[in-house]
Design a protein around this ligand. Sequence first.
Ligand SMILES: Nc1ncnc2c1ncn2[C@@H]1O[C@H](COP(=O)(O)OP(=O)(O)OP(=O)(O)O)[C@@H](O)[C@H]1O
Ligand SMILES: [Mg+2]
Length: 247
Amino acid sequence: MITPEINPQPATAAMLQVSNLNVYYGESHILRNVDLSVQPGEMVCLIGRNGVGKTTLMKTVMGLLSPRRGDVYYQGAPVTNRPTNQRVRKGIGYVPQGREIIPRLTVEENLLLGFEARPGGRRGNERIPEEIFDLFPVLKTMLPRRGGDLSGGQQQQLAIARALVGQPRLLLLDEPTEGIQPSIVLEIEAVVKRIIRETGISVLLVEQHLHFVRQADRYYAMQKGGIVANGFTADLSQDVIQEFLAV
Ligand SMILES: Nc1ncnc2c1ncn2[C@@H]1O[C@H](COP(=O)(O)OP(=O)(O)OP(=O)(O)O)[C@@H](O)[C@H]1O
Ligand SMILES: [Mg+2]
């Protein structure tokens, strides 16, 4: 008799796996035993009130903070001890909270910086791909303007576009609609959905707007630095919404 192989098909590696992460600022214990995953093609939303540690988690995934315990895996391989630039060049894109575009550079110069994130870095003769302007037509009309002269919503679009120029496979978006007027919130939400549909990219999103949160496949809710609930956004209960979102 032929014995069937045990587990002949290895499970596909998660795009992102965070395992037992513990992060401190000095002696303040901020992240506590955080476990979280993002599967290929998935959009996952991290929710929680102000100051619970959402940005700290994003920064640790990027390597801007080092965990005292625990690991970060990207596409199945540990990256916990890798510097940020290596993580970026392996395909982790990051749009930080507060956008962080460079105000004194033009829109075009900001976008060109995105090429630094490609595996070989920036060569100097690149052109911004037309798909970027299909997604963000307003940026095409503003290429010579200084980044700092754009509205908040336009700066946010510029920050997302700059990350996309780097062709990430996993995109981290930290509160992309914070402080942005409601009509633009829906625009940003729609463009993120479109990016996922058209590129198959995986997304880890921190967001407060319920409508946007619901676009994600799954959610994790954070309180005092720990994950206290998770599930499908389709099953988000009123209790969870009230407890973890500032609605
Ligand atoms: N550089 C720092 N040094 C010391 N403590 C910090 C630092 N940055 C953040 N903290 C603290 O760590 C905790 C988590 O902050 P974090 O920015 O991760 O929260 P958050 O969930 O992203 O909040 P928000 O919704 O306001 O963006 C907070 O108590 C914050 O005061
Ligand atoms: Mg934050």
